[in-house]
Ligand binder design. Structure first.
Ligand code: PFF
Length: 468
C-alpha cells in the first residue's frame, strides 16, 4: 500500500500528537465530571470499575482509534469508508463516522454550557468573590449563577465562539502552543490543590471514599421489609463507569481517530496511547483527591451533582493564602482544558465537510458552532427555566438526557464497532503493520480487541438493560 497523507496537515512531532490527544482527553470529564459522578455513585467501588474499564476497554480502543485514523488519514467517515473498501467490506462501516459526528455535536452542546460556568467562575475568582466564603455561601453562589439563564447563555455563547475560533484556524495553529504549556501547568496546580486538601480537609475520609470499594453500597439497591433485607443488582453505575471511560478518553466518536490521521508515520501508537491514558487517569484521580477531602472536611454532600466542584473548590480558594491567584489560575486552566477538548469534538465533522463538500474550514466551523449553540439552549435551561419535572423527558432534564445518550450509549457503541471492525472484519496484517508491536504484545492486544473488549462492552450493556 502506498502511504496516504492527510489534506489537513500533520502534527509537527510525536510530542505534539500526544499533547493534542491528551488535550482532547483531559477536560471537564476529568475535573468536573469524574468527581461528581463518583460522588453520586458512592465512591470506591465505582472508581475501581471505572479504572478496570479504562484498562480493559479504554486503552485497547484508544490504540484501535489511532491506528484506524493513521491508516485512513481522512475524516472518520471517509477513513472508515476507505478502510472498509480496502478490506472488501461494506461501506456501511462509515456509519461509525456518522455516529461520531452526531455524538460530537450533541456532546459539545452541553459541554460548552458547563465550560461557560467555568468561564464565569474565572471572573468570580479574580474579583475576590471567594475570599473568606463559607460552605453555605458557596452553594448559594452556584445556585444563583446557574439559576440565571441569561448569564449562563452569555458564557455558553462565549465558549462556543472560542471553540469555533480555534477550529477555524486549523488543527495546528493555536492548538499546539496551547497544549504545550497549559497541560503541565494544570497538573502543577492540581498538585497544589491536593496539598491543600491534605493539610486542611478530611484527607483520610476523602481518600477512603475514593479508594475503598464497597460493592454492596454501589451496585445493589437494598430495602428492608419485615426485618428481612432484600437486595437487587443495579446495572446503572456499571454503565456509567464504562460510559465515562469512553467520555474521558474521548473515545468512540472519532476525535482520537481524526487526531491519529494527522499523526507522523514513525510514531509508536502503543507508547502514545499508554501516555495519554496515564495522563488522563492521573488528572482525574488528582481532581478526586483535591475535592473529596474538602467535601468531607466541610460537611458537604458528595452526591451534590454537576455543581460539586463549583461548590467545593471555592471554599479552599477563599481560605488559602494566595487563594485569589490560585483560584483564578485554576478556573483559567479548567477553561483551557475544556477548550482543547471541545475543538476535538467538532474536528471530525469539520474534516468531513472540508473533504466532501469543499466547504471552507472556517465556514464549516461556524455552521457547526451555531448548531451546537442552538441545541445548547436545552442545557442552558435545564438548570433554571426548564428544571421543573413537567419539562423532563423520560425522567431526565435535557442536559441529563443528552449526557446519557451520548456517554452511555453512542460512545460505547461507536467504540465497540471500531473494535469489531479492527478485530474481525479487517486483516490482522493491517493492525500488525500499523502497530509494529513485537510478539507476544501484539497477540495479547489482538486477543483483547477481538474478545475481551467487545464482550466487556456487551456484558455491561446487558446488565444495564437488566438481561443479565
Ligand atoms: N474527553 C473530554 C473530557 O474528558 O472532558 C470530553 C470529550 C472530548 C469527549 C472529545 C469526547 C470527545 F470526542
Amino acid at each position: 500500500m502506498t502511504e496516504r497523507t492527510s489534506i489537513h496537515g500533520q502534527w509537527s512531532s510525536r510530542l505534539i500528537f500526544v499533547l493534542a490527544a491528551a488535550g482532547s482527553a483531559v477536560g471537564l470529564g476529568n475535573i468536573w465530571k469524574f468527581p461528581y459522578i463518583t460522588g453520586e455513585y458512592g465512591g470506591g467501588a465505582f472508581v475501581l470499575v471505572y479504572l478496570l474499564c479504562i484498562a480493559v476497554i479504554g486503552l485497547p480502543v484508544m490504540m484501535v482509534e489511532i491506528l484506524l485514523g493513521r491508516r485512513g488519514r481522512q475524516s472518520p467517515i471517509n477513513t472508515m469508508k476507505t478502510l472498509a473498501k480496502e478490506e472488501n467490506r461494506t461501506r456501511l462501516w462509515s456509519w461509525i463516522g456518522w455516529s461520531g459526528v452526531l455524538s460530537g455535536f450533541l456532546i459539545l452542546s452541553f459541554y460548552s454550557v458547563i465550560a461557560g460556568w467555568a468561564l464565569a467562575y474565572v471572573f468570580k475568582a479574580v474579583s475576590g468573590t471567594f475570599n473568606g466564603i463559607t460552605a453555605a455561601q458557596v452553594g448559594d453562589l452556584f445556585g444563583a449563577h446557574v439559576g440565571s439563564w441569561p448569564l449562563v447563555l452569555l458564557w455558553h455563547t462565549v465558549f462556543i465562539l472560542m471553540t469555533v475560533f480555534v477550529v477555524a484556524r486549523g488543527v495546528r495553529a493555536g492548538l499546539e502552543k496551547a497544549v504545550t504549556y497549559l497541560m503541565p501547568l494544570l497538573l502543577a496546580l492540581l498538585l497544589v490543590l491536593v496539598g491543600y486538601s491534605m493539610a486542611e480537609g478530611d484527607f483520610a475520609r476523602g481518600f477512603s471514599f475514593l479508594f475503598s470499594p464497597d460493592f454492596k453500597k454501589v451496585f445493589y439497591t437494598c430495602s428492608v421489609e419485615g426485618g428481612i433485607e432484600s437486595c437487587a443488582f443495579n446495572g446503572e453505575p456499571l454503565l456509567t463507569a464504562m460510559g465515562h471511560a469512553f467520555f474521558t478518553l474521548s473515545l468512540g466518536m472519532g476525535a482520537i481517530m481524526v487526531y491519529g490521521s494527522y499523526m507522523p508515520k514513525r510514531t509508536s501508537i502503543t507508547g502514545s496511547a499508554l501516555l495519554i491514558v496515564f495522563m488522563d487517569t492521573l488528572v482525574a484521580l488528582l481532581a478526586g483527591l483535591a475535592i473529596f477531602p474538602l467535601v468531607f472536611g466541610n460537611n458537604l454532600e458528595p452526591g451534590a451533582g454537576p455543581g460539586l466542584i463549583f461548590q467545593t473548590l471555592p471554599i479552599a480558594f477563599g481560605a488559602m493564602t494566595g487563594g485569589q491567584l490560585f483560584g483564578t489560575l485554576f478556573f483559567v486552566l479548567l477553561v483551557f482544558a475544556a477548550w482543547t477538548s471541545s475543538i476535538s469534538l467538532v474536528e471530525p465533522a469539520v474534516a468531513w465537510l472540508v473533504e466532501n463538500r469543499g466547504i471552507r474550514r472556517r465556514h464549516a466551523a461556524a455552521w457547526l458552532g451555531f448548531g451546537c449553540w442552538l441545541l445548547g439552549l436545552g442545557t442552558v435551561f435545564s438548570f433554571n427555566l426548564m428544571s421543573g419535572e413537567q419539562y423532563h423527558i423520560a425522567g431526565k432534564t435535557v442536559f441529563d438526557l443528552l449526557d446519557f445518550i451520548t456517554t452511555n450509549i453512542l460512545l460505547p457503541v461507536g467504540g465497540l464497532a471500531m473494535a469489531l471492525f479492527t478485530g474481525w472484519f479487517a486483516s490482522r496484517r493491517m493492525s500488525e503493520s500499523e502497530l509494529g508491536l513485537p510478539d507476544p504484545w501484539f497477540s495479547i492486544w489482538w486477543f483483547v480487541v477481538r474478545f475481551i473488549t467487545p464482550v466487556g462492552v456487551l456484558i455491561i450493556f446487558l446488565h444495564a438493560i437488566g438481561v443479565l
